[in-house]
Write a protein that binds this ligand. Structure first.
Ligand code: AMP
Length: 285
């Protein structure tokens, strides 16, 4: 496995692969890798002859400096996991490599997809995501890029950027990998106290309740959201950042429970902000 931190070396290796006719798959991450990240790698390995993982905690996508400072780092374990999983190249740049002091900040956004969910409650977050992902796409020039559907809004925003700016890249969404009790795997789970970790299971259980009440015939969106909100708030130390029901394509709020809807939530359990979502099909009467 090749590990690189410099842009020039990265581009040289990739250009050699391209000359050999390799198909390149790219999985951008912020490290502290877990089985969810490795699902991206596995999907890439099935489809591509070379798989690149980037590990970079991107400062420009953190709207809260405390959250950035507390983000876990685990480089040695990450490299071991990548090696064991058959990753071909890990790109591990420093902040100075990605954002040299001489650089002129650029800002991108896709306003229509950023008015709801994390776009609403984390101002500047998707601007930072679009900035770093577009840079990494230019550096790695992959044929395929793999993103987790756990970060559904990120997947939609990146897909839209690729379509609008004609990146010659196919963006693949990979289903959310969960712990045995249903909690979505996340690098942030490590920061939960044992008690808060238990409380966090309210999130997957809330999605179960959402499906059960839909099947039970609940069609009043306001009442449904109240049931789900009350359920989450039975937890100690729980603060809801958002609980929204939106159209899965446009991410705009729906006003009726019909067809496919995206139920998405961000919840603070103690200090830790966790997100999850599911596309639900509302049964016809
Ligand atoms: P992160 O390191 O949190 O920025 O995540 C890097 C990539 O891994 C993103 O595309 C995430 O959506 C994806 N990812 C993170 N957690 C999971 C999970 N539990 N299941 C599937 N993909 C995930």
């Amino acid at each position: 496995m090749i590990v690189l931190s410099e842009i020039l070396e990265l581009k040289q290796v990739i250009s050699g692969w391209k000359q050999n006719g390799d198909t390149i798959g790219f999985c951008p991450t912020m490290g502290t890798l877990h089985a969810g990240h490795m699902d991206l790698v596995e999907n890439s390995k099935k489809q591509c002859s070379k798989t690149i993982v980037s590990i970079f905690i991107n400062p420009t996508q953190f709207n809260d400096p405390k959250d950035f400072a507390a983000y876990p780092k685990n480089t040695d374990a990450d490299l071991k996991l990548c090696e064991e999983s058959g990753v071909d190249l890990v790109f591990l740049p420093s902040v100075d490599v990605m954002y040299p002091k001489s650089s002129t900040p650029i800002q991108m956004s896709i306003p229509i997809l950023q008015t709801t969910l994390c776009g609403r409650t984390r101002p500047g977050h998707f601007e930072g995501v679009l900035q770093i992902v577009s840079k990494l796409f230019h550096l790695t020039e992959p044929h395929f890029a793999f993103f987790g559907l756990k970060d559904y809004q990120q997947f939609r925003v990146i897909s839209a950027m690729v379509a609008e700016l004609n990146f010659p890249i196919q963006v693949i969404g990979v289903p959310t990998k969960r712990e045995s009790d249903g909690l979505a795997m996340s690098s942030r789970n490590l920061r939960l106290t044992p008690k808060d970790r238990e409380t966090a299971t309210l999130i997957p259980r809330m999605f179960q309740l959402a499906k059960k009440t839909l099947l039970g015939g609940e069609r009043d969106l306001k009442v449904w959201k109240e049931i789900l909100t009350d359920f989450l708030l039975t937890g100690m130390n729980v603060k809801i950042d958002y609980l929204e029901v939106v159209d899965p394509m446009t991410l705009q709020p729906v006003n009726k429970l019909t067809g496919n809807v995206l139920l998405a939530t961000a919840v603070f359990v103690g200090e830790v902000r966790l997100i999850d979502n599911e596309i639900l099909t509302c049964p016809s009467k």
